[in-house]
Design a protein around this ligand. Structure first.
Ligand SMILES: Cc1cc2nc3c(=O)[nH]c(=O)nc-3n(C[C@H](O)[C@H](O)[C@H](O)COP(=O)(O)OP(=O)(O)OC[C@H]3O[C@@H](n4cnc5c(N)ncnc54)[C@H](O)[C@@H]3O)c2cc1C
Length: 301
C-alpha cells in the first residue's frame, strides 16, 4: 500500500515503517506493521484517525498488546499505538486517564491516593484504552463499572467534529466487551470510591496472591484465550476436555491454567491459531459448549 497523501502524517504523529509488532505484545508474536503511528496526545490521535479514514487507509488500534494475536506476515495499513499517551489526572469523582496509561500505573496511582474501584485490575497488563475495549476485569466486574464519562473518536461519514464525550449510561458494555463498535477511546473519567491506601493495598495483595498461584504469570501469554460461558468457566471446560499441556509447535495450553496459551519461545501465530481450534473442538466434543474467543485474533490485511 502506498502512503496516503491527503495529510502530512509526519505533522500529525510520529510515524515509523515496517515495525515488527511482536515486541508490542505480551505473547511476543507478530510480523511488521506497514505504518506504525505513536500519537502523543488525544487530539493528535483524533486528527490522525480522521486523516487515515479520509484516505481510506485501514488502521488498527494497539494498546499494551496483552489481548492481541497479530499475524506472522504482519499487517498492511496502519497500526496506531497508544503507548505515548500516558497522562493521568486527579479529577472528581476519581481519576481521568488518557488511553495509553498502563493498567499497573492506574492501579498503583489509585492505591497511593486511597481510591478503590480499579484495584481489581491488579496483575492485569495492558492500557486503559485496550481495557475499555475489552471491558477488562474479574468475574462479573469490569472496568466499565467505574466509568463516569468517556470521550471517543467516532468513525463514519459525518460533518464536522467526530469527538464526543458520553456519559457511561449511554454506552452498553458487555462481559469482556466494551461494545465500542469502531469508536476509539481518547480519554476516560473513572469513578472511584474514597478508601484508605492500606485497605486498597490489602485487597490488591489478596487478589495478586491468588493470581500468582493459579496463572502462568511469568510466561508469555495473552491471559484468558476464551470468555467464560454463562454459569461456567472456560478453564474448567478445557481442563475437563484434557487440554492442559497440549501443544502446537511452541504454543502450549498452560498446565497451570487451561484457559491460558503460553509461548514457550518462538511460537508463531499459526501455532496459536491451530491450538485455539483444537481447544474449541475438544470442548465442543466433550461438553457440547461452543467457546467464544476473548483473544483478539487479527487476520492479515
Ligand atoms: C498475564 C495476563 C493476565 C491477564 N489477566 C486478565 C484479567 O484478569 N482480566 C481481564 O479482563 N483481562 C486479562 N488479561 C487480558 C488483557 O490484559 C486485557 O484484555 C487488557 O485490557 C488488554 O489491554 P491492552 O491495552 O493490552 O489491549 P490490546 O491487546 O492492545 O488491544 C485489545 C483490543 O482493544 C483495542 N483497543 C486498544 N486501544 C484502544 C482504544 N484507545 N480505543 C479503542 N479500542 C482500542 C484493540 O484494537 C484490540 O481490539 C490478561 C493478560 C495477561 C497477559
Amino acid at each position: 500500500m502506498s502512503m496516503p497523501s491527503s495529510a502530512n502524517y509526519a505533522d500529525l504523529a510520529p510515524l515509523r515503517r515496517e515495525v515488527p509488532l511482536a515486541p508490542f505484545t505480551t505473547l511476543g508474536i507478530g510480523g511488521p506493521a506497514e505504518f506504525f503511528f505513536e500519537p502523543q496526545k488525544p487530539e493528535q490521535l483524533a486528527d490522525l484517525l480522521t486523516a487515515l479514514e479520509a484516505d481510506g487507509t485501514p488502521f488498527r488500534m494497539l494498546g499494551g498488546g496483552a489481548n492481541t494475536l497479530f499475524p506472522d506476515e504482519g499487517l498492511r495499513g496502519a497500526v496506531v499505538h497508544t503507548g505515548g499517551m500516558r497522562r493521568l489526572f486527579r479529577d472528581e469523582p476519581g481519576l481521568r486517564a488518557w488511553p495509553g496509561v498502563t493498567l499497573p500505573a492506574l492501579v498503583r496511582s489509585a492505591m497511593e491516593l486511597g481510591l478503590a474501584g480499579v484495584h481489581q485490575l491488579v496483575g492485569v497488563p495492558g492500557q486503559v484504552g485496550g481495557a475499555l475495549a475489552m471491558n477488562a476485569g474479574a468475574s462479573d466486574w469490569g472496568i466499565w463499572d467505574q466509568v463516569e464519562e468517556v470521550t471517543y473518536w467516532v468513525p463514519g461519514p459525518r460533518e464536522g467534529l467526530k469527538i464526543e464525550a458520553h456519559p457511561a449510561a449511554e454506552c452498553q458494555p458487555r462481559y469482556r466487551d466494551g461494545n465500542l463498535q469502531g469508536a476509539v477511546v481518547l480519554e476516560v473519567l473513572l469513578r472511584l470510591e474514597e478508601s484508605t491506601k492500606k485497605a486498597v493495598k490489602q485487597a490488591q495483595d489478596n487478589l495478586l496472591r491468588r493470581k500468582n498461584q493459579s496463572q502462568p504469570v511469568r510466561l508469555a501469554s495473552a491471559g484468558c484465550a476464551f470468555k467464560n460461558p454463562a454459569q461456567d468457566a472456560a478453564g474448567r471446560l478445557l481442563d475437563q476436555a484434557g487440554m492442559k499441556g497440549k501443544r502446537c509447535g511452541q504454543a502450549e495450553v498452560s498446565p497451570l491454567h487451561a484457559n491460558f496459551i503460553v509461548n514457550l519461545g518462538g511460537a508463531t501465530a499459526q501455532d496459536v491459531r491451530a491450538l485455539l481450534e483444537q481447544m474449541e473442538a475438544a470442548v465442543l466434543a466433550e461438553s457440547g459448549v461452543q467457546l467464544e474467543r476473548e483473544l483478539q485474533v487479527v487476520t492479515p490485511t
